[in-house]
Each structure stands twice: as structure tokens, then as C-alpha cells.
Design a protein around this ligand. Structure first.
Ligand SMILES: [Zn+2]
Ligand SMILES: [Zn+2]
Length: 223
């Protein structure tokens, strides 16, 4: 009888021990997950502390390059669309950021309103002609001149604006491309988890609506 009691007690305590081990393991996993998210490299200043929603009624504003004098100014007569984080190597991004934030606006809603003489085309062979400031390097707008599904849309970085209300980033594109620029492939899980945690779906191309647009354009060209 006494032995049975002891045995029972033993089982009970090992059950408690097993239970606390499980919760300890869960706590450790949680700790590592959150510390991984905390220590994961900076994505972009507009993403790292969470996404601030834009104003759907926002009607545009000005982009300014980083030069202290003779600042290049671009005026946008409307909000951007398809704003997103992009991991490609061509988009302009701030120092140390893994992603750029880039959106589009119809080209007739974009005007260079000051010091346009400082702009040059970064790569005139690229589909998107990126007009950058020759002094500070900021890309002020990207324009497509060739036949292309996105012809008529200009690409802009709204972080160059002090105005508030621009559409918030909607998704993350070309995420795997950051590896080509030297990012450790083994840490991609952290990057994707961080993007998802702030509400951005991740793609290794563009978003499905944009990919559909490209495919429709191609199909129409073939027809
Ligand atoms: Zn500049
Ligand atoms: Zn890009």
C-alpha cells in the first residue's frame, strides 16, 4: 500500500515535471522567436516599427531629394498605388535597409517642380528609367518609355516626402532577391516572419494582381 502510494506520487511528480518541461520549452522557443524578430536586420525605416496606415482621401504632395541646397522637388497630384516593399537590387533604398518602398502613380500626375537639371538617368538600358539626383543619389522617379505593361505609370518613393497620408505598403515583392545582394540565405525565415508580422504578404515576384496585369498584357500582345 505504502509502495503504491509512493509510486503514484512519483508518477504525479514526473507528470508535473514533464508538464513544466513542456512549458519551459515553449517559453524558450517563444523567447528565441521574439529575440530573432528583434535582432533581425532592419528592413526599412517605414517598416521596422510597424506600418502606419495611409489616408484614402489624401490627394498628393511633394517629394524632395536629400540635398540641403538646390533640392530636387517632384510634385505628385495624387496618392500612389500598389505601394510595396521591394527586395530587388535596382530600387533605391536608404543606407542599411534591406528593402525599398516603392509605389506607382500615373505619369500625368507627376511634375518635376524644382532643380530638375540635377537629375540623370541611372541606367538608360533598364526598362524603368530611374531619374536620380546627381548630388545625393536619391531616385526621384522611375519612368517607362518602352512598350511595357506598366507604361504610363511612374515609380516613386514616398519616404522622400514630409507629407502624411501616402498609401501604406501593401505587400513585399522580390523578397528572395536580397540574397543576391549578399544577405545570408539562412536568415530568410526571420525576414519573411518579420514582414508577415507587420501584415505584409511576401512574394518572390510582384503581387498576384500585378503579375496578372503583366500576363494579360503579354496575352493581348500575342493575340
Ligand atoms: Zn539631391
Ligand atoms: Zn525593386
Amino acid at each position: 500500500m505504502a509502495t503504491a502510494l509512493v509510486k503514484k506520487h512519483k508518477y504525479a511528480s514526473s507528470a508535473i515535471l514533464a508538464g513544466s518541461l513542456v512549458s519551459a520549452a515553449a517559453a524558450i522557443t517563444h523567447y528565441y522567436k521574439t529575440s530573432a524578430a528583434r535582432s533581425s536586420p532592419p528592413l526599412h525605416p517605414l517598416l521596422d516599427s510597424g506600418i502606419k496606415k495611409g489616408d484614402p482621401k489624401f490627394s498628393g504632395g511633394k517629394l524632395r531629394c536629400h540635398c540641403a541646397s538646390r533640392t530636387v522637388e517632384v510634385t505628385l497630384d495624387g496618392n500612389v498605388a500598389h505601394n510595396h516593399a521591394c527586395g530587388c537590387s535596382k530600387c533605391w533604398k536608404p543606407e542599411g535597409a534591406l528593402f525599398s518602398i516603392v509605389g506607382v502613380i500615373p505619369r500625368d500626375q507627376l511634375r518635376v517642380t524644382a532643380n530638375g537639371d540635377k537629375l540623370y538617368v541611372v541606367d538608360d538600358k533598364a526598362a524603368i528609367q530611374r531619374h536620380a539626383c546627381e548630388e545625393c543619389g536619391c531616385h526621384m522617379y522611375g519612368r517607362i518609355e518602352a512598350e511595357h505593361p506598366f507604361k504610363g505609370l511612374d515609380f516613386v518613393h514616398v519616404e522622400l516626402s514630409e507629407d502624411k497620408g501616402w498609401q501604406e505598403p501593401q505587400f513585399a515583392a522580390f523578397v528572395s532577391s536580397i540574397i543576391e545582394q549578399g544577405f545570408d540565405a539562412g536568415k530568410m525565415g526571420d525576414v519573411r516572419a518579420k514582414l508577415k508580422s507587420i501584415g505584409l504578404e511576401t512574394f518572390d515576384s510582384l503581387s498576384p494582381p500585378l503579375m496578372d496585369l503583366i500576363a494579360s498584357w503579354t496575352a493581348e500582345k500575342k493575340a
